[in-house]
Design a protein around this ligand. Structure first.
Ligand SMILES: *Cc1c(COP(=O)(O)O)cnc(C)c1O
Length: 379
């Protein structure tokens, strides 16, 4: 994709790779003796796999988690030496694709384990893999009984080079939830049956649940990208994605005038409006449109928060800047839609979603600026 120059894009997405590295180092410090990996699935949570992975590698990260084999292929081109786990497991008939790229499937069933072991025998060596056991989220992974069958199937087990035993928490973002302890206990029971293999349970929020959730490797994702991995506590992570929309037009509207499609917002006083070049095509959720009665979503412009008014449309959105000093906003002035003042968790909350969805749905039409790579960071 050819980069879009800043002056020709209505909106600018800046990605602060220094903040990303800082977040990884912070999590690594918290992880203590455990290795700190990184979940970079979904194109590095929407922020660009190439620069994100290179920055994390520079920070010292060596183990990466993506969802799909094709994501693994893309990551392998960026990081020839990294350990890459494929969280969606082994796709049927695709073992050779994984083996050639040295991708480690996180095997989720006995079928997959047999296929991987059988392929390794043909290929001439035991191939690395993780075993993903489901301890209660009931999504991907070996059921506990199925894991016992794998242990009983010595032939299959002996054909595998199991480098990681993993499971995934359902409620790590809710520390008092009883499922956390239940899953940890179940995982510890699983580990006892396959001693000597490195273990991994914690995602971002899991890292904050305490030492007995950190095991040998933690796999944070959202916290690396600035999402708050804690509850009811100020976000300890730095913002990484800064999305700004440039003002295209300013207008004065009279009391009683409406703004935007379906006339959902009415001026209750003479108002000054700014129209920004960012809309739902750019990943600004349409759910950020005037929200009554909860109170409006906000952007940050000229040192203040201003409300989003009317409907978010495909290419633009309107804000009310009446409270700003006259002349403080001009054509081309940028408003922060996400970033240092408007946190991704806050904005996601206004839109009725989560930071993960907000980041992974960011569009491709803005200028993307990456800052903070040591190596040539043209992305
Ligand atoms: C996405 C994912 C992670 C990272 O989760 P965050 O909540 O973003 O930290 C870790 N493990 C698995 C299995 C995942 O799918």
């Amino acid at each position: 994709m050819t980069p879009i120059p800043e002056d020709l894009a209505g909106a600018v997405l800046s990605i602060d790779l220094v903040a990303l590295k800082h977040n990884w180092l912070r999590l690594k410090a918290l992880a203590g003796k455990a290795e700190c990996g990184a979940a970079v699935k979904g194109n590095g949570y929407g922020l660009g796999i190439d620069p994100v992975a290179r920055a994390l590698w520079e920070a010292g990260c060596r183990s990466y988690f993506v969802a799909r084999p094709k994501e693994g292929e893309e990551l392998r081109q960026v990081l020839p030496e990294a350990t890459i786990y494929i969280l969606d497991g082994l796709f049927a008939g695709q073992a050779e694709f994984y083996a050639k790229l040295n991708l480690c499937p996180a095997l989720i069933s006995i079928d997959e384990a047999r296929e991987w072991a059988a392929f390794g025998r043909v290929y001439g060596r035991k191939l690395p893999c993780a075993i993903h056991v489901d301890t209660g989220i009931n999504r991907l992974g070996f059921a506990m009984a199925e894991f016992d069958s794998l242990l009983a199937d010595r032939f299959t087990l002996e054909g595998l080079n199991v480098t990681l035993l993993m499971s995934h928490l359902a409620c790590a973002d809710d520390p008092p939830h009883p499922l956390n302890q239940r899953q940890r206990a179940a995982f510890d029971a699983v580990r006892a049956k396959l001693p000597g293999v490195a273990a991994s349970l914690a995602n971002s929020a899991g890292v904050f649940l305490g030492d007995d959730y950190r095991h040998d490797l933690v796999r944070p994702g959202i916290a690396l990208y600035g999402g708050n991995p804690t509850q009811n506590v100020a976000n300890p992570m730095h913002p990484v994605a800064i999305l700004e929309g440039a003002v295209m037009q300013l207008r004065d509207v009279a009391e009683g005038d409406t703004v935007g499609y379906s006339a959902t917002w009415t001026a209750h006083r003479p108002s000054r409006i700014a129209v920004l070049g960012a809309g739902y095509k750019d990943g600004v959720p349409r759910a950020l449109s005037s929200r009554e009665p909860q109170g409006p979503a906000q952007v940050f412009i000229s040192g203040r928060r201003c409300p989003v008014i009317g409907r978010i449309s495909m290419d633009m959105m309107a804000i009310d800047i009446t409270e700003l000093p006259p002349g403080s906003v001009r054509r081309g002035t940028r408003a922060e839609i996400l970033g240092r003042h408007i946190g991704i968790d806050e904005a996601a909350g206004w839109a009725g979603t989560i930071s993960y969805e907000l980041l992974t749905r960011l569009g491709s039409r803005y200028a993307r600026l990456y800052t903070g790579l040591e190596s040539d960071g043209t992305a």
